[in-house]
Unconditional design. Structure first.
Length: 154
């Protein structure tokens, strides 16, 4: 059985710099990651397709980076039973508060884990995704423990 992969979706190319921090952590933990740009508003059919086919493509967790109305994590969660982690991005005049509130206030039945704003949230989303995968993958569990020990020393 292969290690589940992580799918990361952002709504805009401008989100790639921040969400790249999650990619770096997942790669360091040797977890396969795919990064897609698909807007819940501008590309709803593509977004639906990504969410609906994620499990059959071997993904175990989906991370969504979103700003403004931050609809992306909720839309993705409505189309998959995989864990969805939302990273609010500070792209508006409100400094990301709008995205933070939107992601944290999903309707009942559409769960989304909400992480911190920006880069810290991206890193923590990657680590939380790794922890979810580590429940059933001893190799990821060991690499996470090594990551934690290295973090303690820095």
């Amino acid at each position: 059985m292969s290690t589940p992969k992580v799918l990361i979706i952002v709504g805009s190319k401008s989100d790639l710099e921040v969400i790249g921090k999650a990619v770096e952590v997942l790669q360091r933990l040797q977890i396969e990651v795919s990064l897609e740009v698909s807007s819940a508003h501008r590309q709803p059919e593509r977004t639906r397709e990504l969410a609906q086919t994620a499990r059959q493509k071997g993904y175990g967790v989906v991370i969504c980076g979103a700003g403004l109305s931050a609809a992306l994590p909720g839309v993705v969660a409505s189309y998959t039973s995989l864990p969805v982690l939302g990273v609010p991005l500070a792209v508006s005049e409100l400094g990301g508060l709008d995205a933070l509130l939107a992601i944290s206030q999903m309707p009942r039945g559409i769960p989304v884990g909400c992480l911190a704003l920006g880069g810290h949230g991206a890193v923590n989303a990657a680590l939380l995704a790794a922890r979810i995968i580590a429940v059933t993958d001893k190799g990821v569990q060991q690499r996470l423990e090594e990551y934690r020990k290295q973090a303690e020393q820095s």
